[in-house]
Each structure stands twice: as C-alpha cells, then as structure tokens.
Design a protein around this ligand. Structure first.
Ligand code: HEM
Length: 123
C-alpha cells in the first residue's frame, strides 16, 4: 500500500517533506520474524484475542487501517468463513501437485499457478 505526504511529516528521527511517497507492505510485516515465531508456519492460534493483544496494532493489517480502512472487511470475513465452512464440512480436498506453489502479490495474495484439488466426499 502507498501514501503520499501533503505536508511535512515527523516520523521518529525522520523529517519527511511534502510530496514524499510512503510504501508499507503487509507481505513483509506478516512474515517478519521480528514479530512472528516461524512466520511461514500455519498457526491459526496466532489470531486469538489474547495473541492479538500482545503484539503492536499494525503488525497484522490485511485490511489496512485508519481513514482508508477497507469497507469490505466484515463482508470478506463472513464470505471467507462461510465458503470454507460450507465446502470443508462436506468435502476433503486433496492437493494435486502439478504446478509449483508460488504466492503472487496482487491486491490480495493469491497462488500464481492453479492449485488443482481432488474433492473427496467426507464419510
Ligand atoms: C480478503 C479480502 C479483502 C482484503 C484483503 C482487502 C484489503 C483492503 C485494503 C488493504 C484496503 C486499504 C487500501 C489502502 O489503504 O490503500 C482496502 C480498501 C478498500 N476495500 Fe478492501 N479488501 C478486501 C475485500 C473487500 C471487499 C469484499 C470489498 C467490498 C465489498 C472491499 C472494498 C474496499 C474499498 C471500497 C476500499 C477503499 C476504502 C477507502 O479508500 O476509503 N474490500 N481493502
């Protein structure tokens, strides 16, 4: 994400002039081992209320923050949880490793190549 300053900004020891560009990356922050133990590991328990309270606010900010905070955040969470729960309660997905698994940073992070799955009906 990016911003451009409209006036002088004092940020810690830095004095940034008007017109400067700022870039901040969720990709970098969400994988920083300054804040995450084994950042690449899938550990949903990182997102409990207790775990959240222990880290600085903007270490995890998939939906941005402040004035331009994503207005779709509530919808995105609802859609994601509903879709996953609807599929996963009926189907188990078996990954077919046909292409390399490579993350691609677009507006959201997604797989660069198709990730084919064989669905198995749960018994
Ligand atoms: C997983 C899904 C989503 C992610 C990760 C996401 C992420 C973001 C982020 C990071 C921003 C802030 C951009 C910035 O500050 O420069 C943003 C803004 C925005 N998002 Fe989302 N978003 C998601 C889903 C949605 C959905 C479902 C909608 C609409 C239904 C939506 C509508 C918007 C709008 C309109 C803004 C601009 C808000 C503004 O500038 O005032 N987003 N989103």
């Amino acid at each position: 994400m990016g911003r451009q300053s409209t006036k002088v900004v004092e940020l810690g020891e830095y004095r940034i002039p008007p017109g400067a560009h700022f870039f901040f990356s969720q990709y970098v922050m969400h994988r920083s081992d300054d804040y995450w133990d084994e950042p690449e590991a899938f550990r949903p328990e990182r997102h409990t209320a207790e775990a959240k309270a222990e880290r600085p606010r903007f270490v995890y900010f998939p939906f941005g923050g402040g004035r331009r905070q994503c207005i779709g955040e509530g919808f995105a969470w609802m859609e994601g949880v509903l879709s996953l729960a609807t599929m996963a309660q009926k189907w188990r997905l078996e990954f077919v490793p046909r292409y390399p698994v490579v993350a691609q940073a677009k507006i959201t992070l997604r797989p660069k190549f198709p990730m084919r799955m064989i669905p198995h009906l749960r018994g």
